[in-house]
Every structure is written in structure tokens, then in C-alpha cells.
Design a protein around this ligand. Structure first.
Ligand code: MN
Length: 299
């Protein structure tokens, strides 16, 4: 397999509006996703638009059946409306009487978990982790034949049918440098995903400290944020993510995953990691405002 074509091409204004448009919900989705790349500083926490208690399902950028045949509609529906919702419900329940923690974004709670009262930690690790991991996962997958994206006038923001992204070339270059090639990376990531025993995740992460890439795995709903890594790509290998279609054939599910990776989103997350200055929610809110302005100016 070669690299995807990273050259942006034009889409019509109508398409841009249809896919981005209109939708405050989509902007909400973008805002949420961006924050997963960063634990916000305490100054960021609680600002308008930040995903805080009570947590809620972020809107999907696509229909339940949009990822077929790679992920079937029924699996998507159950995964999103039942499994993800359950993590949210449990996280909200755990935080219901914890006012001091209610203005904290999920990634902040995870990054600072050791400062949370001990009796709460496991519940938050599992359920805030489950919420953050799934919200991230919905972001880094997209329909296999997405309309080609368009570049903003500033040449920076790239738009496709699941929202904001970035040219993934810098990420692909880093993957080449770290793993030898994209195919070698996929092989290594797939092997790691195949070996996760029981329920867990496989990740491509960038070290918050150095920006260096690594493949990691985690059990249950443990987030890379717990160990100060920034997730760039993640694969849910819980059976609930694939069992209806693939049964025990996890390898087939892993192979199908590559058909629906939203590399532009991964590229966006990578663009926020060191050695570039670390960017948090506030910065992203500014980008969102810029984006909204751009969309309006085209309509
Ligand atoms: Mn899951």
C-alpha cells in the first residue's frame, strides 16, 4: 500500500457547507477533539465550549453506516449509543457530588488523575478514560471515500467531511523516520493490536516531552494521557468494537481499520505536539473562531 494522496483539491461551497456547515454541533465536535491533544492548563479549564461535567456524547461526523463495510452500522450504533454512553453516564455519576472536579475537561482529569481523591481514581480512570478514548476514536476514523478536502485561504486549515484537519505529510515523515515506512508502521501497530490480551487499545502516541512517536498499548480504558503521551491514532480492540461483524477475527478488523483512518485528523493532532509549542484548548478555540468566520465568509 502506498501513501494516500495528500494533495488537497477543491470542493464546492455547497459541499463545504453541507459537511461543515451549518452545524454548531460539528463545531462542538471539533472543539472536543482538539482538547484530546492537550491537557489544558488550569487557566483553560471551565472556559465556555470546553467539554466538562455533565459529559455528553459528542456528535459523530458521519452516519452509523458510513464506515461500511469496514465497520458495520449496527456495531457503530451500539458502540456509540450504548458503550460510549455508559462511560459518560458512569463518569457523570461519579462526579455528581464533586463540584471541585466538575469544571475539568476529561483530558485534564486524566492527566492529573494522581491529584484526584483516591477513592475516585479507578472510576474516573475507567469512565472518563472511556469517554475520552471513544470521543478520540470517532475523530480519527472517517468514511473510506471521503470527499477531497479543501485548504483555507490561510493555507493552514484543511476541511473534509469530518471537520478540521491538517496535511498529514509531517506525520508521515515522522512515521518514516521512526518506523522506516508507513507499511512498516502499520505492520508493527497491527502486531501490537493483535497481541493486546483481553480488552484494550493500541495507540500511536507522541511524547508530550519530546514529540517522539511510539506505538503503545493499554488495558481496559487506560488513556495515553495517563502517562503523559499525546494520542495521534488509536484502535479500540475491545470485542464490542468488532465482534458483531468479525467475531473472533481481530486481525481482519485491524486490516479494515486502515481503510478508514482519518489521517488528516491524526496530522492535526501531530501538529500540536512538541517540538512545536504545545497548544491547548484556548488556542484551538481561536482556530475554531477563525474557521467559523471562514465558512461564513464563503456563504
Ligand atoms: Mn469501545
Amino acid at each position: 500500500m502506498g501513501r494516500m494522496n495528500t494533495e488537497p483539491t477543491q470542493i464546492t461551497r455547497r459541499d463545504a457547507l453541507k459537511t461543515l456547515g451549518a452545524s454548531a454541533a460539528l463545531l462542538g465536535l471539533n472543539l472536543f477533539a482538539s482538547k484530546l491533544s492537550a491537557a489544558p492548563s488550569s487557566a483553560d479549564v471551565g472556559k465556555p465550549g470546553v467539554d466538562v461535567y455533565p459529559f455528553a456524547l459528542p456528535p459523530l461526523g458521519y452516519a452509523f453506516n458510513a464506515l461500511e463495510p469496514h465497520i458495520d452500522a449496527r456495531t457503530m450504533e451500539i458502540h456509540y449509543t450504548k458503550h460510549h454512553q455508559a462511560y459518560i453516564d458512569n463518569a457523570n455519576k461519579a462526579l455528581a457530588s464533586r463540584r471541585a472536579l466538575q469544571n475539568m475537561a476529561p483530558e485534564y482529569l486524566l492527566a492529573k488523575l494522581d491529584t484526584v481523591p483516591e477513592p475516585l481514581r479507578t472510576t474516573l480512570r475507567n469512565n472518563v478514560g472511556g469517554h475520552a478514548n471513544h470521543a478520540f476514536f470517532w475523530e480519527i476514523i472517517a468514511p473510506a471515500k471521503s470527499p477531497a478536502p479543501a485548504r483555507s485561504e490561510e493555507g493552514e486549515l484543511v476541511v473534509n467531511d469530518s471537520g478540521m484537519g491538517k496535511d498529514p505529510k509531517p506525520l508521515f515523515d515522522a512515521i518514516d523516520e521512526t518506523f522506516g515506512s508507513l507499511d512498516a508502521f502499520k505492520k508493527q501497530f497491527g502486531d501490537a493490536a493483535a497481541k493486546v490480551f483481553g480488552s484494550g487499545w493500541t495507540w500511536l502516541v507522541a511524547s508530550r516531552a519530546t514529540g517522539k512517536l511510539a506505538i503503545t498499548t493499554s488495558g481496559n480504558q487506560d488513556s495515553p494521557l495517563l502517562t503523559n503521551d499525546i494520542p495521534l491514532l488509536g484502535l479500540d480492540v475491545w470485542e464490542h468494537a468488532y465482534y458483531l461483524k468479525y467475531q473472533n477475527r481481530r486481525a481482519d478488523y485491524i486490516a479494515a481499520f486502515w481503510e478508514i483512518v482519518n489521517w488528516r485528523r491524526c496530522g492535526m493532532f501531530y501538529s500540536r505536539t512538541p517540538g512545536a509549542p504545545f497548544l491547548g484548548v484556548s488556542h484551538f478555540a481561536q482556530e475554531e473562531a477563525k474557521m467559523t468566520k471562514m465558512i461564513k465568509s464563503r456563504s
